[in-house]
Design a protein around this ligand. Sequence first.
Ligand code: UN1
Length: 477
Amino acid sequence: MTIYQNLIAGEWIGSDATKNINPSDTNEVVGLYADGSAEDTKNAIAAAKAAFPSWSRSGIWERHVILKKAGDEIMARKDELGALLAREEGKTLPEAIGETIRASQIFEFFAGEVLRLAGETIPSVRPNIGVEITRDPLGVIGIITPWNFPIAIPAWKIAPALCYGNTIVFKPAELVPACSWAIVDILHRAGLPKGVLNLVMGKGSVVGQAMLDSPDVAGITFTGSTGTGKRVAAASLEHNRKFQLEMGGKNPMVVLDDADLNVAVEAAANSGFFSTGQRCTASSRLIVTEGIHDKFVAALTAKLETLIVDNAMKSGTHIGPVVDEKQLKTDTDYIEIGKKEGAKLAFGGEVLKRDTPGFYLQPTLFTEATNQMRISREEIFGPVVSVIRVKDYEEALATANDTPFGLSSGIATTSLKHATHFKRNAEAGMVMVNLPTAGVDFHVPFGGRKGSSYGPREQGKYAAEFYTSVKTSYTLA
Ligand code: UN1
C-alpha cells in the first residue's frame, strides 16, 4: 500500500505510517498515513517561518487564485472526497458529501474575502497627523483539528490563515488524516509556494507537543477536547502566543408547550443524533416544559424507532458508527452512569451488530434526567441525549444556562415573546430558534462562551480577528 506522506517545505516525506481504519468496517484500511516525528514538526515550523516574509507580502490576486482553485477542485470532487470522509470518520455518505461541499464553500468565501482586505484612515486628535489602521498577518500558525469534521474544520482554519497572509503547520486528528491529506495536496497543486502550508500527520503527544513548544509558532488554532485545549492554552501563555480554542458543549434545546411538535422533534432528532451525536454543537439536553413533555417524548421515541444505524456508505443509513472503540466505550460508560444516576432509559442503549464489523450504537434517550446528573453536565460526544422536565419557560431558561459550557443553545416555540427573550438571555455563542443546535452556515461567526471556547470567533469576516494583528500607524503630514 502507498504511504500518504507529510508535506514539509514543499516535499512529500515520511516512511513510518499508521493505518487509517474504517469505523463502519474495521477490516477495511482506508490508507496508510505518515506518522510524523518531533524533528519533522521542527522542520515544518522552520519551513513555514522561512516562507512567511514572501507569502505575507504576496499579492491578493495570487492568494485569490489559489483559494478559488482549491474551492473549485473540492466541489468538483465532492462525491469522491465525501466517500473518503464517510469511510474514515463514519458519518453517512450524504452527511459527508454535505461537509465536503461546505469545505469548498469556505475556500470560495475566503477567495472572495482576500480581494476585500481593507484598513481605515482616521484623522488624529492632533493637527497635521494622519492615522492608519491596518491588519498584519501573525506569522506561522499552528492548526490542530479534531476527528469529527475531517474536511470542514481544516478548511475553516486553513482558508482564513492563507487569506490573511500567514504560513501554516497543520496537524490533523490521528483518526482522520485522509481528507486533510487531500486538501493539502489540492492546495499544493493549486500553486502554493513551498513552505507556506506544511502538513505533519502524527500523534498529538509528538507533533502537537512540538508545535506547543516552539517559540516560532505565532498562533495556534485548536478544535478538540477540553483537556487538550487547556494544554494548548498553558503552553501558549508560556510563549506569549495568540491562541484560539473551540472545545465542545453540552448544548440545550428548550421545547415549550406552544412548540410545533414536528419542528421540535425534527430539530431534536437531527441535533441530538445525526452525525452519531459527534458534534460539539449537538443538543444533548432536551429541556421540555410539562404541558408538552409526554407528547414530545412519545413523538421523539417514535422518530428514533425509524432511524437506521448501519454502515455509513450504505444508502438509507441515518446514523453511522461511532468513530472508534475508545469513543464507543466512553458512550456506553455514560449510558451505565445515566442508569445508575436514576435517569430512565427511554430508548436505545445497545451496541449493535451489522453485516460489517464496526462500532454501532443505538441512539439513546434518557428521560426523567436532572440537570445535575453527570449525563447532563459532561460532554459525552455520542448519540446519547437526556430529557429534563421543567415547569415553565423561566425554569427552562435557567436550566439551559446552568452548564459549564456555552456553545449553541436552541428553543422550539411559536411564541415571539419567548423566542426574543431566549435570544437575548441564552448564555451561548450561537442561538437557534426552531432549528437544530448543530449545522451552521459557513460565512458567519462560529464560537461559544464559558467552557466551550476561548479567543476570537472563527469563520466569516470575524476570522480576521484571530489570524491578524491590528497595527495603528501615525504619520506627520
Ligand atoms: C456544525 O454544527 O455545523 O466540532 C459545525 C464541532 C464544531 C463544528 C460544528 N466545531 O462539532
